[in-house]
Design a protein around this ligand. Structure first.
Ligand code: MN
Length: 419
């Protein structure tokens, strides 16, 4: 299969993007980068094609409003500033990269992507993972609980989620070490310990909270865009054997907390206006705080592609998700819980109705495997329709599996010998 990325040559002007480049001036996602000559200096950048614009260094003539926010080493100050500021800054950056009058000043601040190191772009506060695809939840229910109804009785009444581990959210490209853990198949007499034999992916979309909220002030459906800054791609690596043994009754724990990969680029929600779409019809009336029948459309038409060692294995459609991000945020705060800048919540595995639209290997192989081998590399990419036929790209998220740390005979899990 040919490489579908737009062609680019070194001599080409960074402003002349190839037809269909998903990182044109309508996209402008934010990230944090450093260069080889100043590896310790982290800077905010905006992606344009195959270049990164050092937006903190823009000269006075093209300086966007609130420029001090762009001089920070993470996106957190910009995230905290709120939607009116996000819109002003984005509009100014759009002008900076599209107005020919600014080219001479902007051009020296464009670094080839290949020459920079991309970092985790924001400090992750809390991390929550949902379970919003009806197709995924149904498939997993059939595999994990073959003798029960595929969907639990609560599934269509509230967006199910769990609190994950924010400290192990890592940026794309970070190797993923196969976890060791405890597992017990139903036929086993006793649990055993060792490297996960069922290491899996979960293709998801993440939502990054910008403006926080006060305790006991739930964020309703119509306030979603005042709080959520943008989206990223997420791979929620999952050890199915550890998960299957540990998850009843409190949900996922060590089977997922070892690593969660996110893309290096956060795409502003404002870039996805044309991609908004109505979610699937609801099968049950929803309680008022979740009822979005009169709200603006909360779905997003994002087309995800999953590749394993370079081969496309799935194309999950985000538009098929039963629960929207606005409903997830409303549910997350309805009990009085507050939001913090940098909170990350992920959609849950994105799976569509077709066999080539499944977002994890558990579903692709119907629970039989094979799962990930050491050395395997998984990459998620996605794009959404934008204005005038443009494509809005999300930054890719990729990770390669490294072998599990050795468990030595006679030693416990920490490597200490029993007394
Ligand atoms: Mn997940």
């Amino acid at each position: 299969m040919p490489d579908q990325r737009p062609e680019h040559s070194a001599e080409q002007s960074p402003f002349e993007l190839a037809e269909g480049d998903p990182f044109g001036p309508h996209t402008l996602p934010y990230g944090v980068f450093s260069t080889a000559d100043e590896p310790a200096r982290r800077r905010i950048g905006v992606r344009l094609g195959h270049h990164v614009l050092d937006v903190g260094a823009l000269p006075a003539a093209v300086r966007p409003p609130h420029a001090e926010l762009l001089g920070a080493p993470t996106l957190n100050p910009l995230l905290a500033a709120g939607r009116p500021v996000w819109r002003e800054v984005r509009a100014a950056l759009h002008t900076a990269v599209t107005d020919p009058a600014h080219r001479a000043e902007v051009a020296p601040l464009l670094h080839p992507l290949a020459d920079v190191t991309l970092h985790l772009p924001f400090e992750v506060a809390d991390y929550v993972d949902f379970y919003a695809s009806e197709h995924h939840a149904t498939n997993v229910g059939r595999i994990f609980r073959p003798d029960s109804a595929a969907l639990t009785p609560n599934w269509k009444h509230l967006p199910i989620g769990y609190h994950g581990r924010s400290g192990t959210v890592v940026v794309t490209g970070t190797p993923v070490v196969r976890p060791n853990g405890q597992r017990k198949a139903p036929a086993d007499a006793a649990p055993s310990f060792g490297p996960s034999a069922r290491l899996d992916i979960e293709a998801e979309v993440g939502f990054v909270v910008g403006a926080g909220s006060a305790p006991n002030e739930p964020v309703g459906l119509n306030s979603f865009r005042d709080h959520v800054f943008g989206v990223c791609l997420v791979n929620d690596w999952s050890a199915r054997d550890i998960q299957a043994w540990e998850y009843v009754p409190l949900g996922p724990f060590l089977g997922k907390s070892f690593a969660t990969s996110v893309s290096a680029w956060i795409t502003p929600l404002d870039a996805l206006d044309e991609a908004r779409t109505t979610p699937p019809a609801r099968d049950f009336p929803l309680l008022p705080y979740l009822d979005d029948s009169a709200a603006e459309p909360g779905g997003i038409d994002l087309r995800i592609e999953v590749t394993l060692n370079g081969e496309t294995i799935s194309r999950p459609p985000f538009s098929a998700m039963y629960w929207t991000a606005a409903q997830q945020l409303a549910h997350m705060t309805v009990n009085g819980a507050s939001l913090r800048t940098g909170d990350l919540f992920a959609s849950g595995t994105v799976s569509g109705p077709e066999p080539d639209q499944l977002g994890c290997l558990l579903e692709v192989t119907q629970g039989k495997g094979p799962y990930l081998k050491d050395g395997d590399e998984v990459t998620l990419t996605a794009w959404a329709p934008g204005p005038d036929g443009a494509r809005i790209g999300l930054g890719e998220v990729t990770g390669r599996i490294l072998p599990a740390p050795e468990v030595r005979a006679g030693a416990d899990a920490t490597g200490h010998h029993a007394p």
